[in-house]
Write a protein that binds this ligand. Sequence first.
Ligand code: K1U
Ligand code: ZN
Length: 173
Amino acid sequence: MTIRTILIHPDPRLKKVVPPVAEITPDIRTLADDMLQTMYDAPGIGLAAPQVGEMVRMITMDCVKEEGAEPRPLVLINPEVTWSSDATSVYEEGCLSIPEQYADVERPAEVKVSWLDVDGTAQEEHFKGLWATCVQHEIDHLDGKLFIDYLKPLKRQMITRKMQKLKRERARA
Ligand code: K1U
Ligand code: ZN
């Protein structure tokens, strides 16, 4: 397993709608393993393939936060929201592609999502709480959308400028 480099906003690859996985090949399974390792290493609770420069509809998640609790790594291929609650919730979101920036985002509080697992088996689950927030954040990545796109233009611009500065500094280091 390999820890992949996480792209930092702004990057054109983070703005693209990515196509579905047509076939679950050994390369797709290797990417899934690499994404899980990259997500745990970051550390993060989710990761989408475009964040590591791979333009396929695949995400990983593990929102188990309690110390000592059993991890629950999930790999979702071609995920689709099949139902969203009318009730919403607000969560202060972060993003591994926008380090150290956080903002409140309002989303449906509960969603049902269908996907294929790495064996090609169809799955569906009703997500609530942080899992619901995270799965929507990750599916947004597959549609070229970042959490800052929900913010007012001025705040979004401020965060983008900070990220441009961070990228310049990292390139010099
Ligand atoms: O998609 C990503 O960039 C990952 C992102 C997912 C996410 C966070 C918060 C709300 C919605 C989606 C992260 O994992 S940021 C890091 C983070 O939230 C975290 C890291 C360590 C422990 C607990 C949380
Ligand atoms: Zn993100």
